[in-house]
Design a binder for this molecule. Structure first.
Ligand SMILES: NC(=O)c1ccc[n+]([C@@H]2O[C@H](COP(=O)([O-])OP(=O)(O)OC[C@H]3O[C@@H](n4cnc5c(N)ncnc54)[C@H](O)[C@@H]3O)[C@@H](O)[C@H]2O)c1
Length: 352
């Protein structure tokens, strides 16, 4: 690799990682967030500016400018060790593809007119995007999140949304959520969820197992159990659960998260089957990688080695709004004849 090849915001993440000065800068940044280089595997061909745009404000323009300046500082370059420790010829490395024409969310005016939709996890990521889209399409949103701060910021951008700060694993919070719906729930999007620490079975701590199962499975179960009587009384409804690629395969996360998301698949299918004749549709979306605030850590060498293998074939990271497009379709009457489906929304990853 030419040691003096200038890095810019348009250089690929792969080029940054291989650069004698840019590589350490990027790795330091990852380490500050508790992440390792493998976390960037799915975006290696993306430019730095594209990854920044997907970071939801975590990588500011100021930070990018500072990284570019430091990476090209002649004194740092002179002091850096000879580049490229992998023996590959970087002249052969494909350039970062141009930013593809971005997908544009198209609002369907009135699709949720007159409907009340509960969305959990509405303070961040996929839940926030779902809540915003339902609100923009005329629905009354009951926005739920454990973080009051994130919820306040999110609902400020959603006309007419009702905010309920609470933990979906607590029956008190469940009662508050149902009360906020005021006797009517047409749609329920169970989006709130947490990741695990990528531990394989013999290394899973009680704390990780309990909390991941509590939020991802029990929370979804408790809120759905509380909402179903209202749907039965009203004569119908639509429920969308958020599973994961980890609900379809064993290689996408640790034991606790993988087990929890397989349970979400079972919960979805059983509920779909049981209420099919009651005009209640129940589906799940299984996202691939999505740029959100979700935090994954690697607390196990074995986990890192094994899950790291699967990460080398990850599809490009999607935006939360792309998941909202899939989830709101299933929530809406457009999916009138669809129930019991686990819909991968993953850029085709599940076909591999
Ligand atoms: N981001 C991805 O790559 C990805 C991939 C597959 C599946 N998912 C799933 O998508 C869903 C949404 O995740 P995200 O990526 O948007 O994450 P996120 O962290 O950005 O958002 C999740 C939100 O849920 C809230 N939450 C967590 N525990 C809660 C609780 N007990 N009660 C109420 N709210 C709670 C959090 O405060 C947060 O605001 C999760 O179920 C996750 O497992 C995400």
């Amino acid at each position: 690799m030419a040691k003096d090849k200038a890095l810019t915001a348009k250089s690929s993440i792969g080029a940054w990682l291989k650069h004698p000065v840019g590589g350490p800068i990027l790795r330091d940044l990852l380490a500050q967030g508790g992440q390792k280089e493998s976390a960037l595997a799915p975006v290696k061909l993306f430019s730095l500016e594209r990854v920044a745009a997907m970071s939801g404000g975590q990588m500011s323009q100021e930070l990018i400018d500072d990284m570019v300046r430091r990476a090209n500082d002649p004194s740092a370059l002179a002091a850096a060790p000879a580049a490229d420790d992998d023996g590959e010829d970087d002249e052969d490395e494909p350039p970062a593809p141009p930013m593809a024409a971005p997908w544009v969310e198209r609002i369907t005016p009135g699709r949720f007119d007159g409907k009340t939709v509960i969305v959990t996890g509405a303070g961040s990521g996929i839940g926030r995007a779902v809540a915003a889209r339902v609100a923009a399409e005329g629905g009354k949103v009951v926005a739920v999140d454990i973080s009051q701060e994130r919820l306040d910021a999110a609902v400020a951008e959603m006309p007419g949304a009702v905010a309920v700060a609470g933990d979906i694993t607590s029956e008190d919070s469940i009662a508050k959520i149902v009360a906020a719906a005021d006797g009517r729930v047409d749609g329920l999007a169970n989006v709130a969820g947490i990741m695990d620490d990528m531990t394989p079975l013999h290394e899973v701590s009680d704390a990780v197992w309990s909390r991941v199962m509590a939020v991802n499975v029990e929370g979804t179960f408790r809120l759905t159990r509380a909402v179903l009587p209202l749907m039965l009384e009203a004569g119908g409804g639509s429920i969308v659960n958020v599973a994961s690629e980890a609900g379809l395969r064993g290689s996408a996360a640790g034991l606790a998260y993988t087990t929890s998301k397989h349970a979400v698949v079972g919960l979805t299918k059983s509920t779909s089957f049981m209420y099919a004749a009651k005009n209640i549709r129940v589906n799940a979306v299984a996202p691939g990688p999505v740029a959100t605030g979700i935090e994954a850590s690697f607390a196990s060498e074995l986990g890192q080695e094994r899950v790291g293998l699967a990460m080398t074939i990850l599809p490009p990271i999607a935006e939360a709004a792309q998941l909202a497009a899939s989830i709101t379709w299933l929530l809406s009457d457009d999916a009138t004849n669809v129930s019991g489906v686990i819909l991968p929304s993953d850029g085709g990853w599940s076909a591999i």
